[in-house]
Design a protein around this ligand. Structure first.
Ligand code: C5P
Length: 221
């Protein structure tokens, strides 16, 4: 069974998807981390962002390992490095590259093959897994999402004005939505879940209930 969770930055997808996967006993795919890891590796190799073929070639052969809560590139733990502001900024060039998207969607399908999976990103219900049994699209108001992101930055000791976080987020949303290939948009059969005013536990409770209602008995076998 495939459960997809898409939505804009800061809607709480990662934490919710990870916890939902744990509760269901499913694998968890963090597809944003894949785009980030490619951006990290491309910058390290000094590739030009407009050399779409070279960046896609890198994506095709990147030795990427998801090990519990860690992400390794060629054996190096990049879990924290790929969350830096610099990598967040550079990831847009990778995410806008249709050749990279094709490589990463193929990787996502290979990883999910024959498994029960909760996968989160922007295009999981639309492009990567259009036949997924259960699709969610998480939303929250822009200010609430920016507030959550601002709080995370505070906890990591990175100070930034809330208004600046909001402005950057608006830019990222607009870019994700107008991308020609794999844009941020709900699949027609996705359930839209508004997380404003809900705790993460309440969101996971809701999603878990809906998945269990939809899943047939053999989905867990
Ligand atoms: O979800 P996260 O913020 O880690 O994603 C990083 C970036 O990767 C997003 O801003 C988005 O542009 C891109 N992305 C994407 N498709 C996905 C997942 C992430 O384009 N499936």
């Amino acid at each position: 069974m495939i459960v997809t969770i898409d939505g804009p930055a800061g809607a709480g997808k990662s934490t919710v998807a990870r916890e939902l996967a744990r509760r269901l006993g499913f694998c968890f795919l963090d597809t944003g981390a894949m785009y980030r890891a490619v951006a990290w590796a491309a910058a390290r190799q000094g590739l030009a962002w407009d050399d779409q073929t070279a960046v896609a070639e890198l994506a095709a052969h990147l030795p990427l390992v998801f090990d519990s809560h860690r992400i390794l590139v060629d054996g190096q733990d990049v879990t924290l490095a790929i969350r830096s502001q610099e990598v967040t900024h550079n990831t847009r060039y990778v995410a806008d590259n249709p050749l990279v998207r094709a490589q990463l969607v193929a990787l996502q399908r290979r990883l999910a093959h024959g498994r029960h999976v909760v996968t989160e990103g922007r295009d999981q219900g639309t492009v990567a897994f259009p036949a997924a049994e259960c699709k969610f699209f998480l939303i929250a108001s822009p200010r609430e999402r920016a507030r959550r992101r601002w709080q995370q930055l505070q906890e990591r000791g990175e100070s930034m004005m809330l208004e600046d976080v909001l402005a950057q987020q608006n830019q990222r949303d607009a870019r994700d939505a107008r991308r020609a290939c794999g844009p941020l948009t709900p699949a027609p059969d996705a359930l839209i879940v508004d997380t404003d005013g809900l705790t993460q536990t309440q969101v996971v409770d809701t999603l878990e209930r809906l998945v269990r209602e939809r899943g047939t008995a053999d989905a867990w076998e």
